[in-house]
Design a binder for this molecule. Structure first.
Ligand SMILES: NC(=O)c1ccc[n+]([C@@H]2O[C@H](COP(=O)([O-])OP(=O)(O)OC[C@H]3O[C@@H](n4cnc5c(N)ncnc54)[C@H](O)[C@@H]3O)[C@@H](O)[C@H]2O)c1
Ligand SMILES: [Zn+2]
Length: 350
């Protein structure tokens, strides 16, 4: 699952050269309509030495489905792809997960490259080789571990990222900063919420450090048997909040923000917190317009059911990744009553 990760200004214009060096003469690019509208021209230019087929999908999580995968199989076969034709996922996590799943399964596996275009994809979704699609029964229920040959990230694409997507990505960056502590957590304190104003190399630095947190964890535990579970910090709560809100009340990033806050509060309540970093977290969540209180309309019964549905559950207990300090987390089993009390303090109505 260990794979190459390159983060460089201007990488987009060298994609064709890099793929050609790896032996490709053509490729298939899978992207979505938003990304294509903004960046297709430049990437086409950069892929110039290769003959590339473009498959442009409508944007949105609802298209991360088996139906879309099926349509992509048809179009790729029609275009005459062979075992050695690389598939390039050019987009956010939706495109990456879906294109990766298609690359993993068509003809028993085509060479796969991730070219992430959202902050979330650069620091999280493109890393670690998990690919897959959603089912009506739940998100990411069908999939595989299929690492890309390389992740090729060009931070310039983030210049067109809408504010809501910045916030979503920052929720994951903040998660990585809690896991890593040290210089990443210090760096975030100094950054304004206007990335366009950040000095010179700061964006590159932040993305690199946030990505390195996941790269390091995944290298040590590729198949999520132990330490990789730490990457679920804030996500057991987050996924439950998303599901209990019918996936309409909260975006993933908002749910993760609430999940990080809830994990901190639960850790304090259970006496596991050695260093209270709530001030740091509060500043960052507010700066990035991420919520700290639960929205109206969530019910404990639905939340508890969703918490018990967690894919990572074992033997039916509520397991959480809880922070102990910036830079250290622990796995802990929690009493549902404590969990409920924490959420009620954050605005859960009962
Ligand atoms: N495989 C993993 O390990 C992993 C980890 C985390 C998340 N994920 C998955 O990632 C997905 C979420 O990814 P996401 O947040 O990137 O969402 P996304 O792919 O839906 O992208 C968000 C939005 O931003 C637009 N966009 C993308 N790049 C842009 C750019 N440079 N400029 C302007 N607009 C741009 C997209 O068209 C879309 O509307 C979820 O499906 C989630 O399950 C996977
Ligand atoms: Zn997430």
């Amino acid at each position: 699952v260990a794979h190459e990760y390159r983060l460089e200004e201007g990488l987009l214009s060298r994609l064709g050269q890099l793929l050609a060096e790896a032996g490709a003469r053509r490729c298939a690019v899978i992207t979505d309509a938003n990304v294509a509208r903004l960046w297709r021209g430049e990437v086409e230019e950069g892929l110039r030495p290769l003959a590339c087929e473009w498959l442009v999908l409508p944007p949105g999580e609802e298209h991360k489905s088996l139906d879309t995968a099926r349509a992509l199989y048809d179009r790729l076969l029609e275009a005459g792809v062979e075992r050695h034709t690389p598939v390039v996922a050019f987009g956010g996590g939706v495109v990456g997960d879906l294109a990766g799943f298609v690359a993993a399964t068509l003809l028993r596996g085509l060479p796969f490259y991730q070219v992430p275009t959202t902050l979330l994809a650069m620091v999280d979704a493109s890393i670690g080789g998990k690919v897959g699609v959603d089912l009506p029964q739940g998100k990411n229920l069908v999939g595989a571990f299929y690492p890309p040959r390389a992740v090729l990230a060009d931070p310039r694409v983030l210049s067109t990222l809408p504010p809501a997507e910045w916030s979503a990505g920052m929720a994951e960056v903040i998660k990585h900063a809690i896991l890593a502590g040290g210089s990443l957590s210090a760096l975030l304190t100094d950054l304004s919420a206007r990335p366009a104003d950040w000095p010179g190399q700061v964006l590159l630095e932040m993305v690199r450090r946030a990505a390195e947190v996941k790269l390091a964890v995944v290298a040590r535990d590729p198949f999520e048997e132990g330490e990789r579970l730490h990457l679920n910090l804030g996500h057991t709560f987050g996924h439950a909040l998303e599901a209990a809100g019918g996936y309409r009340l909260l975006t993933h990033g908002q749910a993760v923000a609430l999940g990080l806050q809830a994990a901190l509060n639960l850790s304090r309540r259970m006496g596991l917190l050695e260093e209270d970093f709530s001030g740091w977290l509060e500043t960052l969540l507010e700066r990035w317009r991420l919520p700290r209180r639960l929205p109206a309309g969530l019910r404990w019964a639905r939340l508890e059911a969703a918490l018990r549905q967690d894919k990572k559950r074992r033997h039916g207990r509520l397991n959480f990744v809880l922070p102990r300090r910036l830079g250290q987390v622990a796995l802990a089993r929690a009493d549902p009553l404590e969990v409920r009390a924490v959420l009620e303090k954050m605005g859960l109505e009962g």
